[in-house]
Structures are given as C-alpha cells and as structure tokens.
Design a binder for this molecule. Structure first.
Ligand SMILES: Nc1nc2c(c(=O)[nH]1)N[C@H]1C(S)=C(S)[C@@H](COP(=O)(O)O)O[C@H]1N2
Ligand SMILES: [Mo]
Length: 499
C-alpha cells in the first residue's frame, strides 16, 4: 500500500512539475519545453542504424513514438522516486534533481540552446520536489485519525489539488502554444508572394495528373519534434564566413529580388528502394548564385553551411550553387508560401542533392567555409559529404502483392536522376529480358520522369523489376545498398499474383 501511495505521489508530483515547466517554456521560451528538449537530445544522440530503423518502420510516427517512450521512462522514474521517498526523504532532492538536471542538460545541449532554456526544467524539478515533499508530509500523530477504511483523505485531497493544478497548467501551456501556432499560420497566410520574373515553363501536354505532389502529400523528414514557428517579420538571413562582404536580408528584402520558379524533385537519402520519401513541387525562390555573387565567395571556400532556426546544419558544396543549376532560397511551394512543415518562411533547395545535403528548412544563416573545417549534422553522423542523388526508379502500380486480372496490365511508376535526367526505364518480368517502358513527358532533368509499361500478364505468381538509365548513360545498379551512408541502390522488385 505504501508503495502504491509512493508511486502515485511521485507521478502526480512529477506531472505537476512537468506541466508547470512546459507552461513556463511555452510562455517565455517557445520550443524549449523539457519534454521536447529531451526528445531532441535523444534524436541527436541516437545511433544512425537506430534512426534508420525508426524512419523505416515508424515513418512520420517516429516522433509521437519517441515522446511516448520518454513519457513512460519519466513515469517509471517518478514512481521510483516516490516509492523511495516514502522511506527516505533524501530521495526527493535526488530524484527530482536527476530529472531536472537531465531536462536542463538536454535543453542546453540543443544547438540553438541558451542558458535561459534550462530554466523551465530547473523550475519544474523544484516544483515537483516541493509537491512530493508536501504529499508525503504527515501531521505527526494525526495519521491514524484521518485514515478511514485505509484511505487517507488528506492525501487524496492534496493529490486532487495538484492534479487539477497540473491540468490547468497543461491546458494553459497548450493554449499559449496553440495561439503561437495560429499566429505563425496567420502571418504565413498574410504573405503575398510576388510573381516570378523567370517563371517555370508550363508542364508539357500529356503529363500525368500526379506529376506534381500536392503540398499536403509531400513527404516530411526532419529532426524537429515541434515544427519551428518562425515570425516572418523578424526573420533574417545572414550570409557570412569566407565572403568579402557579409549580407543580412529580411524576408521583404528577399521578396524584392528577382525570383525564379522551377519544378524540382526532392528526395531523402534515407529512402529505401521503393520508398515514399520523394516528391516533386513547383518552387519559387531567389537564385543563391546571385546572393553569393554579391557577398563575394573567397577562394578556398568549398562548403556552404546552412543553419536553421532550431540549429540544424546542412553542408552544401559551393560548386552546386555556382555551376548554373537552380539552387535557390525557396519561399514558395506549389503556388503558396512554404508550408510551416516544409521550412516557412525560407528553405534551401539544391537540384541533384538529397535533402540532407542541400535543402535546409527554416534556414537563417549561410556560412561559407570548407569541408575540412566543419562537419554538418548528418556528416558528423557518418553520412556522405557530397549528397549527390543516385539514379533510381520505383514501381507504383500495381502495388506489391496485388492480385491483378490476366491480360494487359499497366505497370507504372517514376524514375529520377536529378541533374542528369532519365534516358530509359526498363522492366523485367520474372528475371527475364529487359523491355523498354514508355517515358511520359517530364518537366526537366531536375524532376522525376513518369513511365508506364503494358504487360501481357499470364495467370500465376510473377515478379516485376524496374531499372533506369540516366542521360549520362549510367544504368541503375542491381547491387543492393542500404541508404546509409550515401543513398540506397538496387532494383525495385515487387511480387504480384495474376488470375
Ligand atoms: N532544418 C532542417 N532542415 C532539413 C532537415 C532537418 O532535419 N532540419 N532535414 C533534411 C532532410 S534529411 C530532408 S530529406 C529534407 C526534407 O524536406 P521536406 O520535409 O520538406 O520534404 O529536408 C532537409 N532539411
Ligand atoms: Mo533526408
């Protein structure tokens, strides 16, 4: 009984402290709530294979799952502290001290963290300690008087008070962050994007309806547990480092420049063969080459380190910004300001590079430096420095393990080799000879190419494999490679049943 009592007291006290800490963070340091800080620190410290596993198995559920795991660990630690404290009061400062220190350390370890970020965790831990002490304090000699049928009414009253207080704090915290979210959404809606001085060429006739990925369906991959809410009126971009002149720009400055609009396919290096982390959008943005020209890139600088508001670093080869491709600071996606999830108000985009190497979202700083001098976030974790997209292809129709009717079956999908373009796509049935698929019209060498193939399907189980050849003549290799460290290879092969 006293164990259960201790556990409940520990959990309620911890809940009170956490709710208060989250409210304080929501009010004064958005994004520095201890739960999210611990989650972020866990993400950064997670070994790459585990991260890969999480992205593969959990997809976009990886973040809720992570937060739930942290919640369970917290409950266990809080219960343990409570149980220990029923016998040994020193467990209170020890337990809450450990939790507070962990929260504070996590907040301080965030790349964009400041000393202030540790305050909510310390405050919450102190409050949790006081609450636990209050819950376990007994009026000397009075214990027997207030106990009826084994229920300690005074304790129940105190627990209810604290739980109610935690509930109110939690609700207030959610209201505050909800309001901020609304404000970010509203300021996004208020933005009027100028037309492009250099618009995209209209999509060719006969292009398939699903060539462009709607924003709502566009994949999302990032380490941000809560989507950064950037106030566009105070947002600044600083270009500095190995440049002749530092540049600082507001969003209005950026929107006054010559804008280009391009169809570009973006994909994630973590995408497995046949995976979903790829999409094509019509992007509006400022060519980076022009800005770099004004800043004057010094000789020797071979890396642009983009930093985002939440401290992500993405290293892009300088050459890929100056070799004539449409590397840009994007402000628009499919005719709208960038969605909050996709980097509002400004992100980088580098045709031909995986997202981790060329597409920093919520970007606020570009530092010209060298690859020798600095490893960006993913490179530090073993991923390749250059991030060049590999030639690849995917079967979208039929779905793996589908059952189809015998006769002519349309097999269809996409192939991509941004910067090189797709020259051919071939299909092999049951490991037989390769046959050419029909290529649909596409926008440019920086977008995917849709293809289809008429298959005379006969009854029985079959396998279908696809491979692409890019315009440099390179054939997509058969050998399977994992996404780590520089992108998956291998033919997408599916099994279907006919009949
Ligand atoms: N700030 C920030 N930018 C980021 C990332 C991130 O974690 N943080 N992830 C990168 C990765 S790995 C990819 S694949 C693309 C995904 O962009 P999307 O979410 O708009 O599809 O964003 C890139 N830019
Ligand atoms: Mo990625």
């Amino acid at each position: 009984m006293s164990r259960l009592r201790g556990a409940i007291c520990g959990i309620v006290a911890a809940g009170t402290g956490i709710a208060a800490a989250e409210l304080l963070a929501a009010a004064v340091r958005p994004g520095a709530g201890p739960l999210v800080a611990v989650g972020g620190a866990v993400i950064d410290a997670t070994p790459t294979p585990v991260k890969e596993f999480a992205v593969r198995e959990l997809g976009t559920h990886d973040k809720p799952v992570l937060l739930s795991v942290i919640g369970v660990v917290l409950i266990l630690l809080a219960a343990t502290t409570g149980i220990a404290a029923t016998r040994w009061r020193a467990a209170i400062p020890v337990g809450t001290g450990v939790l507070g220190a962990a929260g504070a350390a996590a907040a301080l370890s965030r790349p964009a963290g400041t000393v202030l970020d540790a305050v909510p965790a310390v405050f919450g831990a102190a409050l949790a300690g006081l609450a636990l002490w209050w819950l376990l304090r007994e009026r000397r000699g009075a214990a027997d008087v207030v106990r009826e049928n084994g229920v300690d009414r005074r304790l129940v009253l105190r627990l209810s008070l604290l739980a109610a207080g935690a509930g109110v704090a939690e609700a207030a915290g959610l209201t505050v962050s909800g309001q901020r979210e609304n404000a970010a959404g509203k300021s996004r809606e208020a933005i009027r994007l100028p037309a492009a001085a250099d618009p995209a060429t209209p999509l060719p006739n006969g292009i398939a309806a699903d060539f462009t990925t709607p924003n709502a369906n566009f994949y999302r991959v990032d380490t941000a547990l809560t989507v950064p809410r950037v106030d566009p009126s105070t947002w600044r971009l600083k270009i500095h480092g190995m440049v002749d002149r530092e540049i600082e720009l507001s969003l209005a400055d950026l929107l006054r420049r010559r804008l280009i609009e391009r169809d570009i396919t973006l994909n994630c290096v973590s995408n497995e063969v046949g995976g979903p982390y790829i999409g094509t959008a019509r992007w509006l943005g400022v060519p980076l080459a022009a800005l770099l020209g004004e800043a004057g890139v010094q000789s020797g600088a071979d890396q642009i380190v983009a930093r985002s508001v939440e401290g992500m670093t993405i290293g892009t080869p300088v050459a890929t910004a100056l070799d004539g491709r449409d590397t840009m600071l994007a402000v628009g996606m499919n005719g709208e300001p960038l969605p909050l999830d996709h980097g509002f108000p400004v992100r980088m985009l580098t045709p031909g590079l995986y997202g981790y190497a060329g597409a920093c979202k919520w970007v606020t700083e570009l530092e010209l430096t060298t690859f020798d001098r600095f490893d960006a976030y993913w490179v530090e974790r073993g991923w390749g420095q250059q991030g060049t997209v590999k030639t690849a292809s995917r079967i979208d129709k039929p779905k793996p393990f589908a059952r189809v009717e015998a006769g002519t079956v349309t097999v269809a999908g996409v192939a991509w080799a941004q910067r090189r373009g797709i020259a051919a796509v071939e299909i092999s049935v049951d490991g037989g000879p390769w046959a050419k698929a029909e290529l649909l019209p596409t926008a440019s060498i920086d977008t995917w190419t849709q293809w289809r193939f008429s298959w005379k399907a006969t009854a029985g189980p079959h396998s279908l494999a696809v491979r692409a050849t890019d315009k440099s003549g390179a054939v997509q290799p058969e050998a399977r490679a994992t996404p780590f460290p520089d992108g998956a290879t291998g033919w997408h092969t599916i099994s279907v049943t006919v009949g």
